[in-house]
Write a protein that binds this ligand. Structure first.
Ligand code: EPU
Length: 358
């Protein structure tokens, strides 16, 4: 660990065992993670390092000799126990206008920028593209890894480039959008190259001309009530829809959708539909369709049910919640029970969208 010029903070200010600043970097030994991820599981990490630039990250990587977990706001992960390694958290800030023409802008955004602050910034400037992704918890770096999505839009629609540092040797590698292999809630960073690169900046292209994307049912209705489909009205409507269905992690620990919506063969869909004519579906390519995991889970009777301190949310069955004091293992046990029931009843295998950390 490079700690030259390190300053040890006053004992009273220490949130945990030991907290050390080196330049702008912050090292926290035996770091409590409860308030650093949205599930609110009470676990510790051996070491947490916050870096504010690529230079600082490279310095950290030089001295890294144990497993590392790259983490944003922790809105899509579940700790199964204490983390015996180094957690790396980007505090790289800034939104910089890279280029502009009559119809669009391209901005370079630090991976530590809060996602919703970035959305607010775009909406204030009249730039279209990310407004449907209002109020998604998390940071910009993670948006490029998870390919976050909601209400008919996903991050990949606007991402043009992702700048990263290799965890192995600290070299810069920039991925053009097509190299990120974006798909539904997936990317090359989540699969083929998992754990190999740290995102430092994401470049987004946004548009100046009005381009409302409001086909999602309740959004359309709400926008009608608010008046015109302006950027501010879309932002407000999305916020209202989310608040009506999704629990606020500050009040009830959760990580949004716990499962991905499964893509199943049309034949299986038709079999289920013959018994449950109201099953919703969305097209998903040749011979396939996507069905809402929330619908399947609710039909298995899990909506609102608990297993210990873990529960299935009572307004959106896709979301698992920590009712207070749950362990990661308790949440996983609930997830496994849900997966088993959905498999036995419908023959569909649910896959967690949340990343398990052990
Ligand atoms: N449904 C039920 N019961 C439930 C939940 C949903 O029957 O408990 C049915 C609804 O009636 C509706 C359908 O399932 O017909 C779809 O529900 P919803 O519109 O709430 O969306 P979703 O498919 O359940 C996905 C995303 C959400 C995103 C919404 C809106 C995934 C895994 N989840 O949920 O993303 O907000 O669409 O676009 O794709 C997140 O990723 O954290 C997240 C919340």
């Amino acid at each position: 660990m490079h700690l030259r010029n390190a300053k040890i903070v006053k004992k009273d200010d220490m949130p945990c065992f030991m907290c050390i600043f080196a330049a702008d970097m912050k090292y926290i030994v035996n770091c409590p993670m409860k308030d650093r991820h949205t599930f609110g599981i009470d676990v510790m990490a051996d070491l947490l390092v916050e870096f504010s630039s690529e230079y600082e990250l490279r310095k950290v990587l030089d001295s890294l000799n144990r497993p590392a977990l790259v983490m944003g706001a922790g809105s899509n992960l579940l700790f199964l126990g204490d983390y015996h390694g180094t957690v790396l958290h980007s505090k790289i800030d800034g939104i910089v206008l890279e280029s502009e023409d009559d119809s669009s802008v391209t901005v370079k955004v630090g991976s530590g920028v809060i996602w919703d602050d970035f959305v607010a910034y775009c909406v204030e400037r009249g730039w279209w593209g990310v407004e449907n992704l209002t109020a998604i918890p998390g940071e910009v770096g993670a948006s490029a890894v998870q390919n976050i999505g909601a209400y008919g839009a996903e991050a990949a629609d606007t991402i043009v480039r992702v700048r990263t540092l290799s965890l192995a040797d600290g070299t810069v590698r920039t991925f053009e959008s097509f190299e990120c292999n974006y798909g539904y809630r997936s990317s090359v960073f989540k699969h083929e190259l998992k754990g190999q690169y740290v995102v430092t900046y994401v470049y987004f292209k946004l548009y100046k001309a009005e381009n409302p994307n409001i086909e999602y049912g309740s959004l359309k209705q709400l926008i009608k009530e608010l008046g015109t489909p302006s950027l501010t009205n879309i932002r407000q409507a999305v916020r209202m829809v989310r608040e009506s269905k999704l629990p606020d992690p500050k009040e009830l620990g959760n990580a949004g959708s716990f499962f991905m919506n499964p893509v199943i063969p049309l034949k299986l869909y038709e079999r289920i539909q013959s018994e449950y004519p109201d099953i919703p579906s969305y097209p998903a390519g040749d011979g396939l369709c996507k069905v809402p995991a929330g619908w399947l889970i609710e039909r298995c009777g899990w909506k609102g049910r608990s297993l210990g301190a873990a529960a299935v949310h009572d307004r959106q069955a896709l979301v698992l919640v920590n009712r207070g004091g749950a362990t990661g293992q308790e949440i996983k046990n609930l997830a496994d029970a849900v997966i088993n029931d959905v498999r036995s009843k419908f023959g569909v295998s649910l896959i967690a969208e949340v990343n398990y950390i052990s």
